[in-house]
Design a protein around this ligand. Structure first.
Ligand SMILES: [Zn+2]
Length: 234
């Protein structure tokens, strides 16, 4: 298990709370963020951070400081399946069974596949292929080995839970008189979504756009997922 010296901070930017989890350093990743905002009486959370160490406890303490109950959260929108975006989803659902956990259908399929023990051998073979491809493109063996380890150990980062709702490109989540538009720009991960708030005109870009680094393209996934992706209407 990773050991991090986790620090978290919360700030409000024009009605949006940013829960920022800082790392000392991890492969260029210095922090991950979760965003919380209110529409009418309902709160919407974009992404679920990490499950490591005290992230979960920090998040619920921050909520308490803001005098927001977990039961005030109506939606958790997961932009994609990476472990720094799904961490406390399960804990949140346990605290508030009414919360609607939503994600793109492909993200749901990828998570189900990557966490299913019966696909472990196939996942390992695909991960080995991906690792060798990376080295052919000039990535160091050390880093390729890390990718291999990450892909084969996905199950240890998370457990699959059926979302309450799956989304597709151009879907809209209607809350009171406002709408959130779902935009599907596959690339960083195949099922990655961005969320656009019509009223404030804010775009929650997940890892599709990052402030300091260029998101990596993460579409070299095991075959069944890619086949499902390729069978979608283009
Ligand atoms: Zn990511």
């Amino acid at each position: 298990m990773f050991k991090f010296n986790i620090k978290s901070e919360t700030k409000e930017i024009d009605g949006v709370y940013q829960f920022k989890i800082n790392f000392p350093s991890f492969e260029g990743l210095q922090f991950v963020s979760m965003y919380l905002f209110k529409i009418g009486e309902s709160y919407v959370l974009i992404d679920a951070g990490l499950s490591f160490t005290d992230c979960e406890q920090n998040f619920f303490s921050e909520l308490e400081n803001l005098k927001i109950s977990p039961n005030d959260l109506r939606f958790l929108i997961i932009t994609h399946e990476h472990p720094d975006h799904i961490g406390i989803a399960r804990a949140l659902k346990q605290k508030n069974p009414e919360i609607q956990v939503v994600m793109h259908k492909i993200t749901r399929d990828v998570m189900k596949y990557m966490t299913d023990l019966k696909y472990a051998t196939r996942i390992r073979a695909s991960a080995s292929d991906a690792s060798l491809s990376l080295m052919r493109f000039g990535v160091s063996k050390k880093l390729s080995d890390k990718v291999l380890k990450y892909m084969t150990n996905f199950r240890s980062f998370t457990q699959f839970h059926e979302p309450d709702q799956v989304l597709e490109d151009n879907d809209e989540i209607v809350i009171n008189s406002n709408k959130l538009k779902i935009i599907w720009p596959p690339g960083h991960s195949v099922g990655h979504i961005c969320v656009f708030d019509y009223k404030t005109r804010y775009l929650f870009s997940g890892d599709h756009i990052l402030s300091r680094i260029t998101p990596h393209i993460g579409a070299f996934l095991p075959n069944p997922v890619m086949l499902a992706f390729q069978s979608l209407p283009q």
